[in-house]
Design a protein around this ligand. Structure first.
Ligand code: HEM
Length: 404
């Protein structure tokens, strides 16, 4: 029965280091055989190295995400103040209702024409050359530009934006205390700069509202209660942190799959109505977020194991999404899989707020790539994984193609 060992790293530290099984780059580039082994042999286990529980089966992960009272999202990560992502009920419900008002599926769908033209403009720059780096040329700039426009950030500040949001999601490279301290310092600096930047925008919109998310957040009101300035600031920053790199990885992971399986690439190109389900299947098969952290608020039993109050529990969505108990033929990518109850966007009260936006961007990006380019092929180079244990993605993904 594990208890918290005070000599060990605090939970906050444990959340950002890889499990020992995934120490090698090759395994981070393709962790699924390891997930499978862990799911089959130790579906619920305590990892001494990280002072954390790990849960791998679909049913168990689902149960955890469905029970926010026993599995809290406040896990000591709130060094920079609370956000939606780290709040519990009832505060979470209140905040989520407020931001939902400004972040409706309708508002997102209205962005489709704009997302298409940004995608086309980005592809115009590479189409003649017959090659591109999917990460650099499309999957990174697209979500940054879209979220910047949604928030009402001027185009000239976009690259600043990208730098800040990159810094804020960067994992720690290595496992030394110095590396950790440096990462925290860099994040804090980026956060301060971003806050100052958004504060200026907020003040402008307060004087002169525009048709953007910041103005809508300033207006959003429930039972006469408005969001406080600090809450809006932290929420804007959360959107960047939670939305940009994840969407970059979704688009890249989808293209990666289509280059690994050319038959599927052709099938989807010939049947564009499959793009939607292909994006969903990517979220199951190659999910950008592979692990979701919680902290127990009471003693609970999961998969026959007693987990004590106050323990960190990591739900491995990447493993759960390929659980044969839930998905038929889980290691086969089916571009038309239906139903597809993957947990790539999480599940329950914290289900990804940005899911409609991420889906739309990925669908449009794939649709346009497949309609303008034939023979998407991986330009074989060494791949580098994103150095975060929670993320599945690569730093760059060069491809060749023939323009149509
Ligand atoms: C929450 C994944 C894109 C904003 C989440 C969660 C996951 C997730 C797994 C749940 C975390 C938890 O339960 O602790 C993804 C993936 C994306 C994506 C895979 C892209 C493919 C976006 C975008 C935005 C966004 C584009 C906003 C522009 C949020 C927010 C939350 C969240 C605000 C917190 C919701 C809450 O706690 O109530 N996301 N996300 N995400 N996501 Fe996303």
């Amino acid at each position: 029965k594990p208890t918290v060992n005070p000599d060990k790293q605090p939970a906050r530290y444990a959340t950002i280091i890889f499990m020992r099984e995934l120490a090698r780059h090759e395994d981070q580039l393709f962790p699924f055989p390891i997930y499978r082994e862990l799911r089959e042999n130790t579906p619920v286990r305590f990892d001494e190295d990280r002072n954390s529980w790990d849960v791998f089966r679909y049913e168990d992960v689902h149960r955890i995400l469905k029970d926010p009272a026993a599995f809290s999202s406040r896990r000591g990560l709130e060094v920079r103040g609370e956000t939606l992502l780290t709040m519990d009920q009832p505060k979470h419900t209140h905040m989520r209702n407020l931001v939902n008002k400004a972040f409706t599926p309708k508002a997102i769908n209205d962005l489709a024409p704009r997302i298409s033209s940004i995608t086309n403009e980005l592809l115009d720059q590479v189409i003649q050359s017959g090659k591109m780096d999917v990460v650099h040329d499309l999957a990174t700039p697209l979500p940054v530009i879209v979220i910047a426009e949604l928030l009402g950030v001027p185009a000239k500040d976009r690259m600043l934006f990208k730098e800040w949001s990159d810094t804020m999601v960067k994992g720690v490279e290595g496992s030394s205390d110095e590396a950790f301290a440096q990462m925290v310092a860099e994040r804090d600096k980026a956060e301060k700069e971003l806050s100052a930047y958004f504060l200026a925008i907020l003040n402008e919109r307060r004087k002169q509202p525009e048709d953007d998310l910041v103005s809508a957040l300033l207006q959003a009101e429930i039972d006469g209660e408005k969001l406080q300035e600090q809450e809006i600031l932290r929420f804007c920053i959360l959107l960047l942190v939670a939305g940009n790199e994840t969407t970059t990885n979704l688009i890249t992971n989808a293209v990666r799959l289509l280059t690994e399986q050319p038959a599927i690439q052709n099938q989807v190109r010939q049947n564009p109505e499959l793009v939607k389900t292909t994006v969903e299947e990517t979220l199951r098969f190659y999910p950008p977020i592979v692990a979701i952290g919680r902290m127990t608020t009471q003693d609970v039993e999961i998969g026959g194991q007693l987990i004590r109050e106050g323990q960190q529990v990591v739900s491995w969505v990447g493993a759960a999404n390929r659980d044969p108990e839930k998905f038929e033929d889980p290691d086969t990518f089916l571009p038309d899989r239906k139903p597809n109850p993957h947990m790539g966007f999480g599940f329950g009260i914290h289900f990804c707020l940005g899911a409609p936006l991420a889906r739309l961007e990925a669908q449009i990006a794939l649709e346009i790539m497949l309609s303008r380019m034939d023979d998407l092929s991986f330009a074989k180079t060494t791949l580098t994984p994103i150095p975060s244990p929670f993320v599945f993605g690569v730093k760059s993904y060069p491809i060749t193609f023939s323009a149509r």
